[in-house]
Design a protein around this ligand. Structure first.
Ligand code: DAH
Length: 339
């Protein structure tokens, strides 16, 4: 064994030094240090060495292994450097040629719109809240003044989970969570994903996004509601925008409205986007129903509030001129690369 080691020691390093290519060096590495390499074998079979010699053989083998390892590393660096020099000195090698451009990703259009909305509402003092996507019937319906047999609870638009919970059909349940968790005055927005059991087409998806807004304080009025939403639209579309309210029914607000804004594409003269009407329906809103305040622990004699819930895909579609809601969840890179 000792002889074998001496032999390896005298042979291996000169071989390494003489190797002329990276592949030849790799062969030598395997010959000595590979799984079946000569040094590896000696170390692996150390138990067969007579106990008295074991220490010397073991130490010797390890010392030689280290020497061969560092010899190989050194030789490899030298060969690699030589290879680079060789390529650089080749007259056909053009160092000024542009490299291969690494692909760069971009933010999903919805992410971009959400970031913008969050910054607009933050600048008006709104906090940004999260809520669970799997909700209880209580938060999604009951606490929002949607009684047991209300059509909104119909199996037709709600996904039920086996536990009896639902996939939230809107972001409105976060209103209740916000009021229960903190005291008025409060200003919050809750962006997030919502789900409806619906047939999909160019303007319907089973999974989409909303942003909910809620402001509760003394003397909150409809004027506060329209002021906040008009400012939001002005920022999103980067121009003055007119808004108007029409009556709308939602169980959790009284009075309830549909907010419309003057078409930013034709300035009201009539186009495809506003279906020639000059106005675009944007969102549901209203003053928070006293039942909802009371249920959430807020005294409706002392406080009033406004709330709104807006579909974010619809806003993004108008902002970017997208004509089919299904693109957002499609994962289609031809779509995504445009943003
Ligand atoms: N949650 C309603 C929906 O998904 C939208 C909505 C309407 C939210 C009126 C509100 C509101 O906060 O006041 O259709």
């Amino acid at each position: 064994m000792q002889d074998k080691l001496t032999q390896i020691e005298s042979e291996a390093l000169p071989k390494v030094a003489a190797s002329g290519s990276l592949s030849a060096l790799r062969e030598i590495e395997l010959e000595y240090l590979g799984r079946k390499g000569q040094i590896t074998q000696i170390l692996r079979n150390i138990s067969q060495v007579a106990p008295a010699d074991r220490k010397v053989v073991g130490q010797g083998a390890n010392r030689i292994r280290q020497a061969v390892e560092s010899g190989i590393a050194e030789r490899r660096a030298a060969l690699e450097e030589a290879e680079v020099q060789k390529q650089l000195s080749d007259p056909g090698f053009d160092v000024t040629r542009p490299g291969i451009h690494p692909g760069r990703g971009s933010q999903h259009p919805l992410t971009q719109v959400f970031r913008q909305l969050e910054s607009i509402f933050s600048s008006m003092g709104f906090e940004i809240l999260d809520g669970p996507e799997v909700e209880t019937d209580y938060y999604n319906f009951q606490a929002l003044n949607i009684p047991e047999h209300h059509p909104a609870r119909d199996m037709q638009d709600t996904f039920y989970v086996e536990s009896g919970q639902v996939l939230r059909t809107h972001t409105s349940p976060v209103q209740i969570r916000a009021m229960k968790e903190r005291q008025p005055p409060l200003r919050v927005v809750a962006p997030g994903r919502v789900f409806r059991y619906e047939v999909t087409d160019a303007s319907h998806e089973n999974t989409f996004h909303q942003i909910e807004g809620l402001m509760v304080d003394r003397n909150v009025s409809v004027a506060n509601l329209t002021g906040v939403l008009q400012h939001m639209l002005r920022e999103v579309f980067e121009r003055e925008v007119r808004v108007r309210l029409r009556p709308g029914y939602f169980p959790f607000v009284e009075p309830g409205f549909e907010l419309e804004f003057g078409c930013v594409f034709c300035e009201g003269s009539g186009c495809k986007v506003c279906k020639q009407g000059g106005w675009i329906e944007l969102l549901g809103c209203g003053l928070v129903h006293p039942n909802v305040l009371r249920e959430s622990g807020v005294d409706p004699e002392e406080f009033t509030g406004f709330a709104f819930g807006m579909g974010v895909e619809r806003l993004a579609m108008m902002k970017y001129g997208i004509n089919d809601i299904r693109y957002f969840m499609s994962g289609d890179l031809r779509f995504l690369r445009q943003f």
